[in-house]
Design a protein around this ligand. Structure first.
Ligand SMILES: Nc1ncnc2c1ncn2[C@@H]1O[C@H](COP(=O)(O)OP(=O)(O)O)[C@@H](O)[C@H]1O
Ligand SMILES: [Mg+2]
Length: 219
């Protein structure tokens, strides 16, 4: 379902040289698979998720997702593909501050060109326990509630893949457990694959497959 081959990423260094962050000969995820990718800070976890989401373009190599080779798409087509196929959960939630919880989901559904937004948004917010908070703005929600909106939003377009970048680092222990369980259960229910990157071994231990970034990254 997701297949990376000979993927490399270099950034421009300050001295005009380049810094190689990733060199991944091969990495795959099956449809519906749930995987934790573990790595220390600075090892390239966020870079890898941005590459898979088509937010960044690799220096070389191939990214294939749901039968489409991302490298071959124009930037506009990649934006569209991301909106339709990928859900993204951020460490710091990244909700749109001027919009309510329900509107945050509806906007994502509209951007993917789909109808039925209000009903689907409500249904998902209900599933994450926010039926009473549909019309609250992000600033009126606790951190745990904001991340539950983030999780619902990630699933709004029935993605084939959900990417989560340290999704529980900004939460306390109780909210961390709730958020993790919701991600795991909702992705399973909707048959979305789930790739969670984390530096937290307790989080990784909740997943059937745990991959160490340093084991797939041949720098
Ligand atoms: N835009 C950029 N320009 C130059 N170097 C970058 C840029 N973004 C990230 N890096 C470097 O790439 C490495 C990996 O960063 P990142 O993917 O954010 O790691 P992680 O998410 O594992 O903490 C770090 O050394 C970081 O400094
Ligand atoms: Mg990071």
């Amino acid at each position: 379902m997701l297949h990376l081959s000979n993927l490399t990423m270099q950034y421009q260094g300050r001295d005009g040289g380049t810094v190689q962050v990733l060199n991944i000969p091969e990495f795959s995820l099956a449809a519906g698979e749930q995987v934790a990718l573990i790595g220390e800070s600075g090892q390239g976890k966020t870079t890898l998720l941005h590459l898979i989401a088509g937010i960044l373009t690799p220096t070389s190599g191939k990214i294939e997702l749901a039968g489409v080779i991302l490298n071959n798409l124009s930037e506009a087509a990649r934006d569209r593909f991301r909106a339709e196929k990928i859900g993204y959960i951020f460490q710091s939630f990244h909700l749109l501050p001027g919009f309510t919880a329900q509107e945050n989901l509806e906007l994502g559904i509209m951007f993917a060109g789909r109808g039925g937004g209000p009903a689907r948004a409500k249904g998902l917010l209900q599933q994450v326990g926010l039926a009473e908070r549909l019309h609250f703005y992000p600033r009126e929600l606790s951190a745990g509630q904001q991340q539950r909106v983030g999780i619902a939003r990630a699933l709004a377009n029935q993605p084939v893949l959900v990417l989560a970048d340290e999704p529980t680092s900004a939460l306390d222990a109780g909210n961390r457990e709730t958020a993790l369980q919701l991600m795991i259960d909702l992705c399973r229910e909707q048959n979305a694959a789930l790739l969670v990157v984390t530096h937290d071994r307790a989080v990784a231990a909740r997943f059937p497959r745990v991959v160490e970034l340093k084991d797939i990254n041949q720098l």
